[in-house]
Write a protein that binds this ligand. Structure first.
Ligand SMILES: [Zn+2]
Length: 125
């Protein structure tokens, strides 16, 4: 094993974003320690292993932290809430449809695109 060759299963941002636009949340699960991330990375964020597999994340999770964006980017109206949502072992930043508090259960329901970058939208369940 060289340890430096890119895995054939390597998830890149373009594929991650394409699948998100299609309504699927992809993450990566480390074969060494089992840590799951919600965004494409070259190595495990927890142990540094490059033996990571692409997985489909759960679509329902829990609000880990939240904040309200008072000044919306161009093309968006008014205030909106964003939250870091815990999906199993993975955490992902998404937009909130409605309002939530930390610990609330939310479901992945939509995708919003800003500056050509898609982001998941979560709705309280
Ligand atoms: Zn790991």
């Amino acid at each position: 094993m060289s340890g430096s060759e890119p895995s054939a299963d390597r998830l890149d941002y373009v594929e991650w974003a394409d699948r998100l636009r299609d309504g699927e949340l992809l993450g990566q699960e480390c074969a060494e320690c089992g840590h799951t991330t919600a965004a494409p990375k070259a190595a495990c964020a927890q142990c540094g292993s490059r033996t990571i597999a692409t997985v489909t994340l759960p679509t329902t999770g829990t609000v880990h932290s939240e904040t309200t964006i008072a000044v919306a980017p161009e093309g968006f109206e008014g205030e909106y809430q964003v939250a870091v949502v815990r999906l199993g072992d993975a955490k992902i930043l998404g937009r909130i449809d409605d309002t939530v508090d930390i610990g609330d259960r939310v479901s992945f329901t939509d995708v919003v695109t800003a500056d050509d970058h898609p982001a998941p939208v979560f709705t309280p369940v």
